[in-house]
Design a protein around this ligand. Structure first.
Ligand SMILES: [Zn+2]
Length: 235
């Protein structure tokens, strides 16, 4: 793909670009809204410029930073590598969480979205501690089981499993330093554990309650009809 800004300020992008939108979650096209001015760029000759697009699905602004490849008399060529300024937010069904767990877990996911992986690791340990304080310390074994499930299902190797275990369940020992690859595994691990512990439990209980309610209602209707039949026969 090539991007040019022509001397008459015309913006030319050789092919459309689609990205996942941090606002609506759709994989939608980026439509240029505000593009750099040719004269201003030639006057200041910056190495990078900003372009404002809008999301074709939800119309929210999408800001992009891009390197300048070449300044020519008739046009300026920009790099095809569009670097998004806003990162996508991690999604989660927070409404199922108790308020104190929700507050800490939201911040945990925000640390990941911001690329602050070591802050994210510290917040993962704090999330587990907040969850344990919420459900009682005897739940620690259950949380360990949830973690072992992820290790088994995700086929994590021993070294990764040890790193994640010491982050999540370590005592006051220093946390191991975390890189992008390990953080990517950790975020899926902690999201699954919190999901299993709160959301699966709440949904299952609600579904069982609903099934029992309708089953009881059905039973009571059958009894009523049966007693009417009996009354009709005896009359
Ligand atoms: Zn959107």
């Amino acid at each position: 793909m090539t991007i040019f800004i022509h001397a008459d300020n015309r913006f030319e992008q050789s092919e459309p670009v689609s990205r996942e939108c941090p606002h609506c979650g759709a994989h939608a096209q980026l439509l240029p809204v505000s593009t750099p001015a040719f004269d201003a760029m030639h006057a200041y000759r910056p190495h990078h410029v900003g372009i404002a697009y809008r999301c074709a699905a939800c119309a929210q602004p999408r800001f992009v930073r891009v390197a300048v490849r070449a300044y020519e008399k008739s046009h300026i060529e920009l790099s095809s590598n569009l670097i998004e300024v806003e990162r996508g937010r991690e999604r989660f069904q927070f409404s199922y969480l108790p308020p104190d767990v929700e507050r800490i877990f939201r911040e945990t996911l925000q640390c990941y979205s911001a690329g602050c992986y070591n802050a994210f690791a510290s917040m993962c340990r704090r999330t587990i501690r907040t969850c344990l304080a919420d459900v009682g310390a005897d739940a620690k074994l259950r949380w360990h089981d949830l973690f072992r499930d992820v290790v088994a299902i995700g086929k994590l190797d021993d070294s990764m499993a040890r790193t994640l275990e010491s982050i999540l369940f370590g005592n006051d020992a220093a946390l191991p330093e975390l890189h992008a690859g390990e953080a990517a595994v950790l975020i899926e691990t902690i999201k699954d554990m919190v999901y299993q512990s709160y959301i699966r439990t709440a949904k299952l209980r609600a579904a069982l309650k609903m099934r029992r309610f309708f089953a009881d209602e059905q039973d009571s209707k059958v009894t009523t009809i049966g007693s009417r039949v009996l009354r009709a026969e005896s009359a």
